[in-house]
Design a protein around this ligand. Structure first.
Ligand code: NAG
Ligand code: NAG
Ligand code: NAG
Length: 367
C-alpha cells in the first residue's frame, strides 16, 4: 500500500526549508482551516476519480461521462455531471474535494478533506473482485490514516484533531455487495450464506468499519442506505420484461436498510459525541421512480447512456446510445443516477426532513 500510494501523499511534498515558508504556513493556514472539511468513503456513487490512478477496469474517465460537468470533460465520476459530494461541497461553500490518489491531493489542498471512495468496492473485501484493482474499505481507511499523518506535518496534532472532529464524514457503500457479489451467478463464497446471514455479515462488517471511523476521529457522519437496486436499468435488462422493479432484489435492499437503521441508532447510543445520520436515498430515488413527471423526468427505468434493453447492458461508453436530454432521465448509466437526481438528493441531505435524513440533516450536523 505505502509503496504504491505513498508518493501521492505528503511524503513527496517538500518539507518547509526556509523561515519564509514556515511563516507562510503560520499566516495562511489558520484562515483556510476555518472551512469545514469533508471525507468521503465508499463506491462508484461517490468516487470522484480515485480509480483513474489504479489498474481497475471500473473506470469512467472517458466521454460521455462528464459531458455536463463544469469542465465538460470526463473526470472519473460515473455521471454526466456532478456527484453528491460535489453538491455538498457547493452547499458548504468549498470547492470539490480531490480524490486522495490525485497527484494534486497534497499540501494545503488536503485541508479541505479528501475523497477515498473507489468504484467497485463493497462492505466486504471480496466484493467487486471482477474489477481487479480497487480501494477496498480497509485500504480506504489506511489511506485516511496516511492522510492524518500528512496533515499533522502541516498543521500539527491539535489542528488535525480539530479539523477531523468538525469535518463531515460520508459513507456510501453496500449496493455492490449484492450487484457485484451476491447476485452474481459465480459468487461462490457469498452464496454459502442464506440471505439473512449474508445481510448480518454485511451489517456487522459495516458496524466495525463505522466504529473504526469513530476511533480515527469521525464525529459527524452520514451513512447512505442502499438504493433501490432492483429498479436500476442493469437489473431490469437482466430480469425484467416490462420495466418494473425486481421484487426479490428490492427485498434485499429494504431488509438491509431496516437493519442498517437499527445499527446506526445503536452506534448513536454507544459512541459518545458522535452523530451517525441515516440518509434515506432509497425512498428519495423511489419517489422519483414512482412520480417521474412530478420532477420533470420522462424516463424512470431506462438509462440515458447504455445499450440493449432499458439501455441497461454493460456500461456507458463512447459507442453507447445517448439520450438527447440528460435532465429528463433518472439514470445516467445502467447503475448510476444523473446529476439532476444527485442535485435533488444533495439538497435533501443538506436541509431535508427526518424522512430524508435522520436524526439530523447535514446543515444541523455541521452547525
Ligand atoms: C410486469 O411483469 C411482472 C412479472 O412478470 C408482473 O408481476 C407485473 O404485474 C407486470 N407489471 C406490469 C405493469 O405489467
Ligand atoms: C430537458 O428536460 C427537462 C426536464 O424534463 C426540461 O425542463 C427541459 O426543457 C428539456 N430540454 C429540452 C431541450 O428539451
Ligand atoms: C434541517 O435541520 C434543521 C436543524 O435541525 C431544521 O431546522 C430544519 O427544519 C431541517 N430541515 C427540515 C426540512 O426538516
Amino acid at each position: 500500500m505505502k509503496g504504491l500510494f505513498g508518493n501521492h501523499l505528503f511524503g513527496a511534498y517538500p518539507a518547509p526549508t526556509s523561515i519564509i515558508l514556515v511563516v507562510q504556513f503560520l499566516v495562511i493556514l489558520p484562515a483556510k482551516c476555518s472551512a469545514t472539511a469533508m471525507f468521503v468513503f465508499g463506491d462508484s456513487l461517490v468516487d470522484s476519480g480515485n480509480n483513474n490512478f489504479i489498474g481497475s477496469i471500473a473506470k469512467a474517465n472517458f466521454l460521455p461521462n462528464g459531458v455536463d460537468y463544469p469542465t465538460h470533460a470526463p473526470t472519473g465520476r460515473f455521471c454526466n455531471g456532478k456527484i453528491i459530494p460535489d453538491f455538498l461541497s457547493d452547499y458548504m461553500g468549498a470547492s470539490p474535494i480531490l480524490p486522495i490518489l490525485d497527484p494534486n491531493a497534497k499540501g494545503e489542498n488536503l485541508l479541505r478533506g479528501a475523497n477515498f471512495a473507489s468504484a467497485g468496492v463493497g462492505i466486504l473485501d471480496d466484493t467487486g473482485a471482477i474489477f481487479s484493482r480497487r480501494l477496498i474499505m480497509p485500504q480506504q481507511f489506511q489511506l485516511f490514516q496516511q492522510y492524518q499523518r500528512d496533515v499533522t506535518l502541516l498543521i500539527g496534532e491539535a489542528g488535525t484533531k480539530s479539523l477531523i472532529s468538525k469535518a463531515l464524514f460520508s459513507f456510501t457503500v453496500g449496493g455492490n455487495d449484492y450487484i457485484n457479489n451476491y447476485l452474481l451467478p459465480f459468487s461462490t463464497r457469498a452464496k454459502k450464506f442464506t440471505p439473512p446471514r449474508y445481510r448480518q455479515l454485511l451489517i456487522s462488517t459495516f458496524r466495525e468499519q463505522l466504529k473504526k471511523a469513530y476511533t480515527l476521529g469521525a464525529r459527524k457522519v452520514t451513512v447512505s442506505n442502499m438504493g433501490p437496486i432492483g429498479c436500476i436499468p442493469s437489473q431490469l435488462a437482466m430480469s425484467s420484461q416490462n420495466g418494473t422493479c425486481i421484487p426479490a432484489v428490492e427485498q434485499y435492499a429494504t431488509d438491509f436498510n431496516s437493519d442498517l437503521r437499527v445499527m446506526l441508532q445503536e452506534l448513536n447510543r454507544k459512541l459518545p459525541g458522535a452523530t451517525f445520520s441515516y440518509v434515506n436515498g432509497y425512498d428519495m430515488i423511489m419517489d422519483y421512480i414512482k412520480n417521474p413527471a412530478l420532477y420533470g423526468f420522462e424516463s424512470s427505468n431506462k438509462a440515458c447512456c447504455g445499450q440493449g434493453a432499458f439501455n441497461g447492458l454493460f456500461v456507458c461508453t463512447a459507442v453507447s446510445s445517448l439520450c438527447p436530454n440528460r435532465s429528463s432521465y433518472i439514470f445516467w448509466d445502467p447503475f448510476h443516477p444523473t446529476d439532476t437526481v444527485n442535485t435533488l438528493i444533495a439538497k435533501r441531505i443538506f436541509t431535508g426532513p427526518p424522512s430524508d435524513i435522520s436524526p439530523v440533516n447535514v446543515s444541523k450536523l455541521l452547525s
